[in-house]
Design a protein. Structure first.
Length: 282
């Protein structure tokens, strides 16, 4: 499980194109499956989980287009978001006629959080921790900016199984050609992250929560459209020339396997949260 830590920063930097989010910002929201109504329910869950009061402050490093925290902003909580992608942040800003005073957006590398110690009650990361150069230093930073007794919520929206299976077919076409070396290295780097042990050593307690599960449905054609626009890491971590060769093969496979590109793939997504609670003496 644990990859050589000395290699990890290099691996992550090599295999994640940080600017890629600038390119996919315009299609980010519509190629994801967290809807506004689900995000509202997740926000209800988070507010209860951390016992938020009107004074509670939230930070989301890697905030992107704000899908997770938009409901918290609308409810008046102080929300700070950091992202390396100016385009993703712009998409978030465009969700308001005027950016509200309780939302603070900063374009920066979240590896070094530009905040004083003990600044926030809650830090939330969603699909993010694998993207920083050094996840241990990143967790050190989260630990530093959290107030004593504060909460770190490491969350993810689990890919619905039907979509995961669809992606698996794409990957097996790649691997049949021995083309998915980079993807495997990325997976290994992600698998090497052991945030739970690291934070427990720092005195955090942890618990797992299923905030929400919901049904996601897409036609095969819609999913192929997401792939054609290279909306996911699975697509952009493959060289252009390889991607262009593999896609027609994948499309033919889909037609044969699913019978029609209009076949609907439905399965359940999950919003999972690992809640880490800092010590009061922190
Ligand atoms: C998969 S997206 C997740 C966005 C958002 N958290 C969500 O759940 O929709 C990852 C985001 O992290 C940002 N990101 C990646 N590396 C980063 C870094 N080192 N510092 C700040 N943001 C980063 C990307 O620009 C992107 O917006």
């Amino acid at each position: 499980m644990l990859l050589c830590s000395a290699l990890l920063p290099f691996s992550i930097i090599c295999f994640f194109d940080l600017n890629y989010y600038d390119r996919i910002a315009p299609i980010y929201d519509r190629t994801r499956w967290l809807t506004a109504s689900v995000a509202e329910e997740v926000a209800d869950f988070i507010v209860k989980l951390v016992g938020a009061t009107p004074a509670t402050s939230f930070l989301e490093p890697g905030v992107g287009t704000g899908l997770n925290v938009l409901p918290l902003v609308k409810r008046g909580y102080s929300v700070t978001g950091i992202d390396v992608s100016g385009e993703m942040l712009d998409r978030f800003r465009q969700k308001f006629d005027e950016v509200p005073a309780n939302l603070h957006l900063i374009q920066a590398d979240a590896s070094q959080l530009p905040f004083l110690d003990r600044s926030f009650d809650v830090v939330l990361t969603v699909h993010m921790i694998h993207a920083v150069a050094d996840w241990r230093k990143f967790l050190d930073e989260i630990d530093r900016v959290l107030k004593p007794g504060g909460f770190y919520l490491q969350a993810q929206w689990i890919t619905p199984p039907a979509r995961r299976e669809f992606e698996g077919y794409f990957r097996s076409i790649l691997s049949g050609e021995d083309r998915d070396r980079r993807l495997k290295q990325v997976d290994a780097a992600i698998g090497a992250i052991d945030a739970d042990s690291y934070l427990r050593q720092k005195g955090y307690s942890s618990s797992y929560h299923l905030a929400k599960s919901w049904l996601v449905s897409n036609t095969v054609e819609e999913l192929l459209g997401c792939f054609r626009s290279r909306a996911y890491g699975l697509c952009w971590q493959v060289e252009d020339e390889v991607f262009d060769r593999v896609m027609p093969e994948f499309e033919s496979f889909c037609l044969e396997h699913y019978g029609s590109l209009q076949t609907e793939l439905s399965s359940e997504a999950k919003f999972e949260i690992w809640l880490y609670t800092a010590k009061m003496s922190h």
